[in-house]
Design a protein around this ligand. Structure first.
Ligand SMILES: [Cu+2]
Length: 137
């Protein structure tokens, strides 16, 4: 019985939260999906909530090529600059390069941005309404 109590105590210690420090970085995966036969294209999930310094991985699942372009309308120059700086190998203003094959990934570390919602879309499939939104918490 005593041993059981000791084990129970140990279990409680081990299950205590590990250093519940400030905002651990999280990785969010967004799949880019397309079905050319049906003309259906989407980000999945298409709505996500993130914190600055989280990582968003856009991963091509099917229907390439895709891209990720943030809507610039209504954004201040400072916000645009922050988003541009966070996007590696840009092909243009607020634009990822073309992601040309299944399995390709595009990683963005979420910059310090004002809280709010930021819209993005896929340039090749804009006409198919392939879009999403990122909310900064
Ligand atoms: Cu697309």
């Amino acid at each position: 019985m005593r041993r059981f109590v000791q084990l129970l105590g140990l279990g409680i210690v081990l299950s205590a939260p590990v250093a519940a420090g400030a905002a651990a970085q999280e990785t969010h995966v967004v799949r880019l999906i397309g079905d050319p036969a049906k003309g259906e294209y989407r980000f999945e999930p298409s709505v996500l909530a993130v914190r600055p310094s989280d990582v968003v991985v856009f991963r091509v699942a099917s229907g390439a090529p895709h891209s990720v372009v943030f809507e610039g309308a209504g954004l201040s120059p400072g916000v645009r600059g922050a988003i541009n700086s966070a996007m590696p190998n840009r092909s243009g203003e607020l634009s990822s390069p073309l992601l040309t094959a299944t399995g390709k990934e595009y990683r963005v570390v979420v910059p310090q941005l004002p809280t709010g919602t930021y819209q993005f879309y896929c340039l090749p499939h804009r006409a198919y309404d392939m879009r999403g939104e990122l909310t900064i918490k």
